[in-house]
Design a protein around this ligand. Structure first.
Ligand code: ADP
Length: 360
């Protein structure tokens, strides 16, 4: 069954900022949707409109098939977890979890719900403690508890891990995934962190300037990016783009004419004589140590190296190409090294240089 339908949703703030535009999405029951995009792209506005905390300027929102136009936030079947866990310092964990539910259930039922929630989150032993005795991760778990105790079928997360340190973020990621597995609730999760999106989502929605750039599974988003924005944004090191002229079934790129796989020519025919982007992920560029130009190799001038331990990220230029190309190298290399680089031709993408949309 469909949990949520957003139909051409838009938001224009009184200062005329168009924060969200023409946003349409259908979310099935139990899906884990991650909305990802850079800061200011409209993610939080969208989430707040779903929660009923922000008025929708145009379009329709349906939850379980019901239009939400006149439904108050507290009457929607959802709960929200915010970026910073706003806990009451003078209340125990027990009371912090139950605070929003007082008076809504008989005390005994509320007690059961709070204890069940604490069980699910494995914080039962903390119930009598005050927030100032908790670690960052424990505080965020209590904030999760406050959402879970409502028993809502839809959970909205607004960058819930961004205030935690890197190690804790990794741990909480897997805890939230396990929670989703346990509760089987529908989750809409907003983040600017592509790794959170890739690791947690059943489907990702990539946003830019208030608009959807692409919707797909993590695999589809990574392997088949629909535009240069998604290709570059999704990935620890984004996709590289090289300008090339398509002519006579070859691509002239970085001073060389390269043969292309037979499968691409039909689609590239309208681009005969035109410049297009060749997109290639760093892991699909291969580095050779010897500065001997192989038949299919490009000369690559390294100008900086990020040493990560198990590998290095190299920043450098291919031939005379004006922009940097990033490559992973399994070995350490020093500044200003000259290397040879080959392209895995089975992994290349092509984008229209003007529309920035994928060609193939
Ligand atoms: P994100 O969550 O992706 O960082 P936001 O939804 O917070 O983005 O903001 C989207 C755009 O709307 C930004 O340009 C932001 O400055 C603007 N904006 C957000 N809230 C308001 C507001 N209450 N009034 C006016 N403009 C706002």
């Amino acid at each position: 069954m469909t949990a949520l339908v957003l139909e051409k949703i838009g938001k224009c703030y009184p200062n005329h900022i168009q924060a969200v535009q023409d946003f349409s999405l259908s979310v099935e029951e139990g899906e884990f949707i991650v909305i990802v995009g850079p800061s200011g792209c409209g993610k939080s506005t969208l989430l707040r409109m779903i929660a009923g905390l922000e008025e929708i300027s145009c379009g329709e929102l349906y939850i379980h098939g019901q239009p939400m136009k006149d439904v108050r936030p507290q009457d929607r079947d959802l709960a929200m977890v915010f970026q910073t866990p706003a806990l009451y310092p003078h209340l125990s964990v027990y009371d912090n979890i139950g605070i929003g539910m007082r008076g809504k259930f008989p005390l005994q039922e509320l007690d059961c719900r709070i204890r069940d929630t604490a069980d699910i989150l494995e914080i039962s032993e903390l119930l009598m403690q005050k927030p100032n005795t908790l670690s960052g991760g424990q505080k965020q778990r209590v904030a999760l508890g406050r959402a879970i105790v409502r028993n809502a079928s839809i959970l909205l997360f607004d960058e819930p891990l961004s205030s935690l340190d890197a190690r804790l973020r990794v741990q909480m990621r897997s805890e939230i995934m396990a929670l989703h597995e346990k509760l089987q609730s529908t989750i809409i999760y907003v983040t600017h962190d592509h790794t959170e999106a890739m690791t947690m989502a059943s489907r990702i929605v990539v946003m830019k300037n208030g608009r959807i750039m692409q919707v797909g599974t993590p695999d589809e988003i990574y392997e088949e990016p629909a535009n240069t924005f998604t290709a570059h944004f999704m990935g620890t090191v984004g996709m590289n783009f090289l300008e090339g002229m398509y002519h006579d079934r070859k691509l002239s790129v970085c001073g060389r004419n390269i043969d292309l796989p037979a499968s691409v020519h039909k689609v590239l025919r309208p681009y005969e004589g035109k410049v297009i982007f060749l997109g290639i992920r760093p892991e699909n560029l291969h580095i050779e140590r010897e500065a001997i130009l192989k038949k299919d190799g490009f000369s690559y001038h390294v100008h900086s190296v990020e040493y990560l331990g198990h590998e290095c990220i190299l920043h450098g230029r291919i031939g005379e190409n004006p922009t940097d190309t990033m490559v992973y190298a399994p070995f350490s290399t020093s500044y200003k090294d000259e290397l040879v680089l080959t392209i895995d031709m089975d992994k290349i993408h092509f984008f229209d240089i003007e529309t920035e949309q994928k060609i193939i």
